[in-house]
Design a protein. Structure first.
Length: 274
């Protein structure tokens, strides 16, 4: 009897595993399983319909990358990062050091950049000759209507925590009320115009009541708790027009891609299995 029960349980487990891994639909010969759908629903907190739709989009996207023979290497990534660094007044080495301080997993950051480059290369092929280029007048209109997007604080008040013990600063970041004799604390008001590009990048990217990443300065570790941002400094149009152009073109590209994939779904060979 025990042997029979064990056999029944084993049979049930195998059947359940088979059901979980069962193919739900096929997109141009690429299978999407019930497990894929359930996983997407949980991770993205979406309905089954939304999960299926996003998985179909991703399958079609990956197939397009292969069809267009689009690849990204380390040179592409470094060139892209150099442009981001230059737009923030930094060289590549300095920018990478800042990013590594800000993100715990630098490899994940580079992977995200790689995916972004893939997408831009694909868009470049798909929209070539099919997209209206933003004009100088378009840029000025966007700047005029969205000046709040191009402002920075004139001064930033921070609490500076410094120590030769990095672990002590990590404890402070987890609980600012922690008292540690190895950590010195001081209140500072920083004038943005007098800061170097690295520090401006860190502070503008840090919200009020949050800490900057831990950096090294004067042979010790330092982290800054941003307490207040005061005054408004509106960046000149000439300083932000390149960023505006990127924003406008990205919006036009997104609209184009949305329409493109909707049409692609109509011609794709999508079979619903269960």
């Amino acid at each position: 009897m025990k042997k029979l029960l064990g056999t029944l349980l084993l049979s049930t487990t195998i059947s359940f595993a088979g059901l979980v891994d069962a193919v739900a639909l096929v997109v141009n010969d690429e299978p999407i399983t019930l497990y894929d759908i359930d996983k997407r629903m949980v991770e993205s907190k979406v309905s089954k319909k939304e999960a299926v739709s996003s998985l179909i989009d991703e399958a079609l996207y990956e197939q397009l990358l292969q069809e267009k023979n689009i690849s990204v290497d380390i040179f592409d990534v470094n060139n892209y990062l150099e442009k981001i660094a230059a737009s923030n007044g930094m060289d590549l080495y300095t920018f990478k050091s800042v990013v590594k301080q800000k993100y715990k997993n630098y490899d994940a950051y580079e992977d995200e950049i790689r995916k972004r480059i893939q997408r831009e290369k694909l868009i470049g092929q798909l929209v070539r000759g099919n997209l209206k280029i933003a004009t100088q007048e378009d840029l000025k209109i966007y700047y005029k209507n969205n000046k709040n997007q191009f402002t920075t604080a004139k001064t930033i008040d921070v609490v500076q925590y410094a120590s030769k013990n990095k672990k002590a600063l990590l404890e402070i970041q987890n609980n600012p009320m922690t008292v540690n004799n190895e950590v010195s604390k001081s209140n500072i008001s920083l004038d943005q115009e007098k800061l170097n590009s690295q520090m401006r990048f860190l502070l503008n990217d840090t919200k009020i009541n949050q800490f900057t990443p831990i950096i090294t300065a004067d042979k010790q570790y330092v982290t800054l708790l941003v307490t207040q941002k005061k005054g408004v400094n509106t960046l000149a149009f000439e300083d932000v027009k390149d960023k505006i152009f990127t924003v406008l073109m990205q919006k036009r590209e997104q609209n184009f891609l949305k329409e493109y994939f909707e049409k692609l779904k109509l011609t794709a060979n999508i079979k619903v299995v269960r």
